[in-house]
Design a protein around this ligand. Structure first.
Ligand code: FES
Ligand SMILES: [Fe+2]
Length: 334
């Protein structure tokens, strides 16, 4: 395992690897912090094993699941839900070997895995992921080139949309004063933007109506959330859980939750994806450029600007460094 090179809160933490509905009769190959993982179901329960047959080290994910065991594609050894070898085709004896079983849990429609022998407590998830009185859906997304902590910061960064998403998120040249209240503690942080006058582009305006507040939240180590409110209350909450596949590849699990209202759920889903697809593409291009530049220089050398509320908090908490409770009032022009 390569846990040493990862921020400790990620190394010991829980990470979604798949949507629960993706996991059926076929094994699913995933990567978590450079470790190949195979997921499958045994008796309906999700199972996660390190994806390496202990016999000759071929990937178990290329095999088949039968009777709740995964059968290696090379010599057919079978491994049960605990990873133990339970059958060697052509022989009576079964060697005392196992593929390493990983801690796994299903929660909020996702299959979560931890690489740690003794995992951290399961993260407290935002209630909006399971809220039956709202319309909600997960948007399945592939992994892309991005460093995980940079991807988290990107979602919570209020300073880039004028430049990276002009006319989609912000109207360039129309900045307005926005009051910001930032609070943080050892679990994460929250920035509340009083946005009544801010320069919103017409598309979000169409969807949200008159926006009054945006709240950006970070829940350590890898959950970020944006909650948009109008005069009538919460319009939209976007929650993203970022799974580190490798140092430079991150898979986002994105969930949209909207208030039940005039539009049917299927139409809202269509509109939200149509709007967020180009925004996501622009962010991915920039995150890939950032990762490539950092790789060429061999290390990151970041400075912290006046609008970088979340970066330092994310770096601290992901690395297990204590953070005392803080509260700040600021003014930005957004
Ligand atoms: S390599 Fe898996 S059974 Fe031989
Ligand atoms: Fe963005």
């Amino acid at each position: 395992m390569n846990g040493d090179s990862w921020p400790c809160a990620l190394a010991s933490g829980w990470h979604p690897l798949a949507h629960a509905r993706e996991l059926g009769a076929r094994p699913l190959a995933r990567t978590l912090m450079d470790v190949p993982v195979v997921l499958f179901r045994s008796g309906g329960q999700a199972v996660a094993l390190v994806d390496r047959c202990p016999h000759r080290n071929v990937p178990l994910s290329c095999g088949q699941v039968r009777d709740g065991a995964i059968h290696c594609p090379y010599h057919g050894w079978a491994f049960d839900a605990g990873g133990r070898c339970v059958r060697v085709p052509g022989a009576e004896a079964v060697p005392d070997v196992a593929a390493r079983a990983l801690a796994v849990q299903e929660c909020a429609g996702l299959v979560w895995v931890s690489l740690a022998p003794i995992p951290a407590a399961f993260p407290g998830l935002p209630p909006v992921l399971d809220e039956p009185t709202r319309d909600g859906f997960w948007w399945p997304l592939p992994a892309s080139r991005a460093r995980v902590l940079d991807a988290i910061e990107n979602l919570l960064d209020p300073a880039h949309p004028h430049f990276l998403h002009p006319y989609l998120v912000r109207r360039p040249g129309a900045r307005r004063a926005v009051r910001v209240r930032f609070t943080s503690d050892e679990r994460g942080g929250e920035a509340r933007y009083d946005e009544a006058e801010a320069s919103l582009a017409w598309l979000p305006q169409l969807f949200e109506g008159r926006r009054t507040t945006v709240v950006g939240r970070y829940l350590a180590p890898s959950i970020a959330q944006l909650a948009f409110d109008s005069d009538a209350g919460s319009t939209l909450t976007l929650t993203v859980i970022f799974t580190p596949e490798s140092q430079e590849r991150t898979r986002p699990f994105a969930h949209f939750s909207t208030r039940r209202g005039l539009l049917p759920a299927w139409l809202k889903r269509w509109l939200l994806i149509a709007f967020h697809r180009p925004v996501l593409h622009q962010d991915r291009v920039m995150l890939a450029r950032q990762a490539a530049t950092i790789e060429r220089f061999g290390e990151a050398a970041f400075s912290v600007g006046p609008m970088d509320l979340f970066g330092p908090l994310i770096w601290r908490l992901a690395n297990g460094r204590a953070s005392s409770a803080q509260q700040r009032e600021l003014q930005f022009w957004l």
